[in-house]
Write a new protein. Structure first.
Lengths: 624, 97, 203
């Protein structure tokens, strides 16, 4: 680990960033603190979404369940999905991207630190806004996909207004992040870090930033149209008035399908970092893994209507989308084989991050296989709206995205906190989650093929659905217990886990050259990069038989090779948080118009104050 | 902000382009009153595309800029007709008819 | 990067550890504009789907006043000229000229907006509102969003003008004007497409 030179110390001390306290978190523009904010907030919502799921499973444990009314059930399954997709998996990926993208490319921060903070505060505003709905008359209850005309039904309930407006705000946060990350990757890589030398995780974040940038606009339009149909009398999705509800489906899924790749690619990126580290071998076919990620992103825009096979698209469209859906399995398969190739012939250390990565591969393949069965239109017509689909997407989203994210948590926890997590508790965590997950979702394949429909709050006796529903409910509690073990592990380790040091895993990438946690300025001197997996190559050379031979100590290898430079840290700012507060108040006002107009005006004014303050501040205080 | 060496348009160039844009607009309006749909539609589309190109290439300077900016914009510009064309196709609506 | 505001940021992004601030904001704006293409594309697609869905209300031929809209289109087009002239002045560091052209652009944009407001009220009087028909809904939402974008642009132009007047931020102004300019031209391009597809091709 490089030592702090007097120049660096002076520059860091001179920066006006407050060292601690709540105000330092509210005004932070440091990507690492923002990453932690995203991470902690997401874990909180993970628990909320999980509890919502447990209620669903309690209701479905037995036939004619009486735990929940139909109305409560609709709210819970809608919010479970909305929470998990938008308030958990996406921001967890954002947490890792925020914290590690600059470190992985040898930069000190992202391109626009205050916009980075702005994304977080808008995300938090959206999350609070969505959750508040539970307490003021009911949460959104029209499904996370908000199909019209159910979502556009005007009633006394404003629930779907919460949904539409909440998602709009979350979309703004994501677009800002995407622009930020794209600019960072294109303009802030360390010298010598060509695009192909970037770690695979960085590539995946780069790809999903484009996915979000180009898919969010469509759902934004759709959400506005839902909102205006509900509140201004427009007729976009009103069949009686000449509108067409299928238009909503197109607009939603044009976003919704790229969105599922947004959910999975970061986890794939994490696994692509973890496996080589623990197999002590470079990623097999690295450039193929990168190109496959790009291909998945690109092709992900061509498959959306496979969510609409039962909406009357016509044979030409259905055949076309069936083909594109089958084709997208190819780059995904390439990745799987490359991960397997990485493990093969390596000496795999089965620490918790590696376990979760292996679990990821196994579970994601199962989910991918059921997904491919959906690509066959006649088969899908039977599977659609049944529990078979629920099984499919939980395998890819829980077994895939969540397991991959947990691999990332265990992998990078030492770097973020400076402490190691308990391996023993990690094993328990993994196995409980793995067994629980399979117990919960494997039976759903059977339930679906036996005809159990989605989104119905109860099923009758004598349909043959009793046993597997009970098993699934038991499984969900095993899973929940596994999450509890994780929480215990995380909290105990954060407080008094053993010290990690800078490079506990003998890592390959640049973040392991810094202290744990890294200093506020990341690197004393920006590294000059000569290889992919540059840190590994500074530590090891290969002998004639291809084995790695240690050539440098950790400290020596972590010494920066770059020339010294002026150090400027972005100043903290409270304007991004102010804008977030403003938008939250404004949104609440919009829902309760007309008497909420005052709140809208006040909130809008606060938000504009925040935005103006931000843009005027840049020219004076920030020394980028 | 220093520009790499390339011919930078002068104000005279900009006025000229503005004149061309105005002429094309006038032509567009005139064409719109022709009754032959098969002629009007492609003509109008071509003229709108020409105006779009002039503004993007010269006013927005894209012609003289690094490839990165072009790619960022063109990804959006290229995917829109493809994606939305597919959507309209499923509704039985062909673009421009 | 030096804290001397009169010195422009370094030109080459390859300079170790330095990034070209100018390039960063342009990358961001172009990425954002790429996204906006799809945003307006979705709105235009909705319009194309519903353009003949007039229900009991008036259709395009009944309400559109092509000569009027042609004039306001011309005005918006000319605002792109004044915008690029403002940018050109800022590159020559002629701040006074730049401010004049910025004001001219804001003025032309505001005239365009006034024209839109007038046009919309006329349409409402003729019986076309957001809730009359899907045609009405999609027309007003599409052009309404465009108008909102123009309004935001006018605000940004005025903000840039006032920042310049305050005299505090001269070195950064060139890039501010260029970034605002990119946004402004884009909004103009969207109108080029809307004018053709929504107005001219419907009558």
């Amino acid at each position: 680990m490089a030592t702090l030179t007097p120049d660096v110390t002076a520059a860091v001390d001179a920066s006006p960033a407050p060292r601690g306290g709540i105000w330092s978190w509210i005004t932070t523009t440091d990507h690492k603190k923002i990453g932690i904010l995203y991470g902690v907030t997401s874990i909180f919502f993970f628990l909320v979404g999980g509890i919502e799921a447990l209620f669903i499973r309690l209701q479905l444990a037995t036939p004619n369940g009486e735990v929940l009314s139909a109305d409560a059930y609709n709210q819970l399954f809608t919010m479970h999905a909305t929470t998990m997709v938008f308030l958990v998996v996406m921001p967890l990926a954002a947490a890792f991207a925020n914290y590690f993208l600059p470190l992985l490319i040898g930069a000190r921060d992202v391109a626009f630190p205050r916009m980075n903070a702005f994304s977080y505060w808008f995300f938090l505003a959206g999350g609070i806004f969505l959750t508040v709905s539970f307490f003021v008359g009911g949460a959104p209850d029209g499904g996370w996909f908000g199909y019209a005309p159910l979502s556009t039904q005007v009633g006394e309930m404003v629930r779907m207004d919460y949904w539409a407006l909440g998602l709009l705000v979350l979309g703004v946060a994501s677009i800002a992040s995407s622009v930020n990350f794209i600019t960072t990757v294109l303009t802030m890589r360390a010298p010598g870090m060509t695009l192909m030398r970037m770690p695979v995780f960085v590539w995946m974040i780069f790809v999903i930033s484009f996915l979000l940038l180009f898919s969010l606009p469509m759902v934004t339009v759709g959400l506005f149209q839902v909102w205006t149909d509900r509140n201004l009398g427009t007729l976009f999705f009103d069949a009686a008035g000449g509108g067409d509800p299928v238009l909503w489906q197109h607009l939603f899924w044009l976003f919704g399908h790229p969105e599922v790749y947004v959910l999975i690619l970061p986890a794939m990126g994490i696994v692509s970092e973890v496996l080589p580290t623990f197999a002590r071998k470079p990623l097999f076919g690295r450039s193929f893994v990168i190109f496959s990620g790009i291909a998945i992103g690109f092709m992900g825009f061509g498959v959306w209507a496979h969510h609409m096979f039962t909406s009357g698209l016509g044979p030409v469209a259905e055949a076309a989308f069936a083909l594109t859906t089958m084709f997208i399995a190819v780059p995904t398969g390439v990745k799987i084989f490359n991960w397997l190739g990485t493990i093969w012939g390596g000496s795999l250390r089965l620490a918790t991050p590696a376990l979760f990565s292996l679990g990821f591969i196994f579970l994601f393949v199962i989910g991918g296989l059921s997904g491919v069965t959906h690509s066959i239109v006649p088969a899908d017509s039977q599977q659609h709206d049944s529990y078979y689909v629920v099984a499919h997407f939980h395998y890819v989203l829980f077994g895939g995205a969540i397991f991959g994210i947990f691999a990332g948590i265990y992998y990078w926890f030492p770097k973020v906190t400076g402490r190691m997590m308990s391996e023993r508790l990690g094993m328990w965590n993994f196995w409980l989650m793995f067994i629980g997950m399979n117990l919960t979702f494997a039976p759903m394949h059977v339930l679906g093929l036996n005809g159990m429909p989605r989104r119905t709050y109860r099923y009758a006796e004598g349909l043959g659905l009793d046993l597997w529903n009970l098993v699934a409910t038991v499984g969900s509690f095993v899973l929940a217990f596994g999450v509890l073990v994780f929480l215990i592990n995380a909290i105990r380790s954060w407080r008094r886990g053993p010290e990690a040091g800078p490079d506990p895993w003998d890592g390959r990438t640049l973040e392991w050259t810094t202290s744990s946690p890294p200093p506020v300025h990341n690197f004393d001197e920006i590294p000059v990069v000569e290889h992919e997996d540059d840190f590994w190559h500074r530590k090891y050379a290969t002998d004639e038989e291809g084995y790695a031979v240690r050539v440098a100590t950790d400290d020596a290898a972590a010494e920066s090779t770059g020339p010294p430079e002026d150090l400027h840290l972005p100043s903290p700012s409270f304007y991004p948080a102010l804008s977030g507060l403003g938008v939250l108040i404004a949104l609440l006002g919009v829902v309760y118009v007309p008497w909420g107009l005052l709140a809208t005006a006040v909130g809008g004014a606060i938000m504009v104050w925040g935005l103006f303050g931000w843009s005027l501040e840049s020219l004076v205080r920030e020394e980028h | 902000m220093a520009e790499t060496a390339h011919p930078h348009p002068t104000p005279r160039d900009y006025w000229l382009i503005a004149l061309v844009l105005a002429v094309i607009t006038a032509a567009e309006v005139a064409v719109a009153y022709i009754d032959v749909e098969a002629v009007v539609v492609p003509l109008l589309i071509v003229m709108a595309a020409a105006k779009l190109f002039l503004v993007v290439a010269w006013f927005m300077h894209l012609r003289f800029e690094s490839k990165t900016y072009r790619r960022l914009f063109y990804i959006g510009l290229a995917s829109a007709p493809v994606l939305f064309g597919a959507v309209l196709f499923t509704f039985g609506v062909l673009i421009g008819s | 990067m030096s804290t001397d505001l009169a010195t422009p940021p370094p030109a080459t992004p390859e300079a170790v550890g330095h990034h070209d601030v100018a390039d960063q904001r342009k990358v961001a704006m172009w990425a954002f504009l790429g996204s906006e293409v799809l945003f307006f594309g979705a709105l235009i697609t909705t319009f194309l789907l519903y353009r003949n869905d007039v229900g009991d209300g008036p259709g395009a031929a009944d309400v559109f006043d092509i000569p009027f809209t042609s004039v306001s289109s011309f005005i918006l087009l000319m605002s792109s000229l004044t915008m690029v002239l403002a940018h050109h002045s800022s590159m020559r560091r002629d701040w006074r000229q730049m401010r004049i052209w910025l004001l001219a652009t804001a003025l032309l944009g505001s005239v365009f907006l006034a024209g839109q407001v007038f046009e919309f009220t006329e349409f409402v009087h003729k019986g076309l509102t957001v809730s009359t028909s899907p045609f009405g809904s999609s027309f007003f939402v599409l052009t309404g969003f465009h108008g909102a974008h123009v309004a935001v642009g006018v605000l940004m132009l005025l903000a840039t003008y006032f920042i310049s007047v305050s005299g505090r931020f001269k070195a950064e102004e060139g890039m501010n004007v260029e970034i605002v300019g990119l946004y402004w031209h884009f909004v103009d391009i969207v109108w080029i497409v809307i004018f053709t597809i929504v107005y001219l091709l419907q009558v």
